[in-house]
Ligand binder design. Structure first.
Ligand code: ASP
Length: 501
């Protein structure tokens, strides 16, 4: 346990507001500087070296966040699950699954309805849209699905920390498939790691005393990583504008793309906005009777990071922090958030459905009911299979397109807008995951309180600080931090609040 004493500071409301929101305030300014600065700099036609230097702090920020993903996921899942009994984890898990199914299905159906109403696809666009080539994008839906399961049940946990399995085809000179095999792709196999850590956490919660040293190790890693994330968040003040400005400078055809694919962009934005600002808040309100928009506001820092990084995995550390500040029980966050970040992608699901029907419209194809149903199922699978990294959704869209019999290479038609829409769907994914934690927490709150009530208690009344520290050490898990806020009134020191992290 780590015990901190803080003296109650300033009572000036502006100073208090700034103290509480300084990071967010600076990040918002950073986003504005990134967008405006990046757009204006385009006119100056900067050299490659200048662009590289502008993007560099962003690259380092991204590295720092990515570096946290593995220890964060492992420690939070194991330390979270080993604190719960089988009944509680089953309860949290089933509520989370209910939420994931509900929101993903809604996102897909919403995407289909909106793209059908707005109908942004026109065969003329196909002729004019800026294309970019995609090499061998045509892996079959079945093989993609099998790769998903293969990665989930990994044969080598160490290997999963930096690589994953993927099916590849061998072609003859005419481009016909003559065989297939497995290759390893760079990139963490998060699904495999999550599966392994969930099982490990569950087993640790069952085996009792013999597993305690290992559980303590994960508690300790969790506490250290949480602190490290707090430090990294301050780098975002420079990293986020750098990422945004760098991207604005890199993109070619900005105007042409906006003109030709404008209606598609509007369609996707409308769908994502409905999901973020109406559906998810409504679900949280129904589950909790709390104000969902206050909750949404508390996620601002995570939303801005998602917009800048295009990766819900890289945003994960920040989302944890936001949920902590929103006072969501850490037993819920530690379990529900990492799993949600990998499998629950509302923004991606909506995008997969919208974009594939848009491509069908551009090919002059009108979809039958059966085909719409195919889109719904495959878009859901494709969103589950998408990794939480930039543009992953674009790659898994192959599943939807091939199920519709559309050429996978048509993905290149929307390639030029993907860098932009990816940011928006990532932000939606992050909001969906965080709302999921809120939803599960409020549904399981009574049960968790009951567990707490039966736990050993610490009566701090009249206790001096040293005794308090010793006693708390015995009943709180390793790595817990207790902050005491003290108010000095003349000679007397009174403890005015206690916070347990
Ligand atoms: N970039 C998204 C994410 O990290 C995934 C996607 O490409 O849709 O959540």
């Amino acid at each position: 346990m780590n015990l901190k004493l803080k003296t109650k500071a300033n009572s000036n409301p502006v100073a208090r507001w700034l103290k509480k929101n300084l990071l967010l305030f600076l990040t918002v300014i950073g986003v504005i500087v990134g967008i405006v600065g990046g757009t204006l700099l385009r006119f100056a036609e900067p050299s490659r070296t200048v662009i590289k230097l502008i993007s560099f702090p962003g690259e380092l920020f991204m590295n720092m966040l990515k570096c946290m993903i593995l220890p964060l996921i492992a420690s939070s899942l194991v330390s979270g699950l080993c604190q719960l009994d089988a009944k509680s984890s089953g309860r949290l898990g089933s509520r989370a699954m209910l939420y994931y199914c509900l929101t993903t299905t809604h996102a897909v159906i919403l995407g289909i309805i909106i793209v059908t109403i707005i109908h942004p696809g026109d065969p003329a666009i196909k002729a004019n849209a800026p294309h970019e080539s995609l090499a061998h994008a045509n892996i079959s839906a079945l093989d993609k699905f099998m790769d998903l399961l293969r990665n989930m049940f990994t044969d080598n946990i160490v290997h999963s920390m930096f690589a994953q399995k993927q099916t590849i085809y061998n072609y003859d000179d005419n481009g016909t498939i003559i065989g297939q095999g497995l290759t390893t792709e760079d990139g963490m196999n998060v699904l495999g790691l999550i599966t392994f850590c969930i099982v490990m956490g569950l087993v640790l919660s069952k085996i009792g005393q013999v597993g305690k040293p290992l559980a303590d190790l994960f508690h300790a890693i969790d506490a250290v990583i949480t602190k490290m994330v707090m430090i990294i968040m301050w780098f975002g003040v420079v990293g986020i504008p750098s990422l945004i400005a760098g991207k604005m400078l890199e993109v070619t055809n900005l105007w042409l793309t906006a003109k030709t694919l404008g209606m598609f962009i509007v369609t996707v934005i409308t769908g994502l906005a409905i999901q973020c600002f109406i559906t998810l808040p409504l679900i949280l309100f129904i589950g909790s009777r709390q104000n969902p928009y206050r909750f949404l506001k508390g996620l601002s820092q995570a939303i801005l990071t998602a917009l800048a990084t295009s990766s819900s995995a890289a945003t994960l550390p920040i989302t944890f922090r936001c949920l902590n500040n929103l006072k969501i029980d850490r037993r819920v966050t530690k379990f529900v958030l990492p799993v949600g970040a990998m499998v629950n992608m509302d923004g991606t699901a909506l995008y997969e459905a919208t974009a594939s029907i848009f491509i069908a419209q551009m090919n002059g194809m009108s979809l039958s009911f059966g085909q719409v149903l195919t889109v719904s199922i495959t878009a859901t699978l494709a969103s589950i299979g998408a990794a939480a990294i930039p543009s992953a959704g674009l790659v898994t869209m192959i599943i939807v397109l091939s199920a519709l019999g559309l050429p996978a290479t048509d993905i290149s038609l929307i390639f030029t807008v993907d860098w932009f829409l990816d940011r928006l769907r990532t932000a939606t994914n992050v909001v969906g995951d965080a709302f999921g934690c809120g939803f599960v927490y409020y549904l399981c709150k009574d049960h968790l309180n009951e567990i707490d009530e039966n736990a050993p208690k610490l009566d701090i009344h009249g206790m001096d600080i040293d005794t308090l520290e010793k006693q708390a050490d015995q009943i709180t898990p390793e790595g817990t931090e207790i902050s005491l806020e003290k108010a000095e009134k003349g000679e007397n020191i009174q403890i005015s609040s206690i916070r347990v992290d």
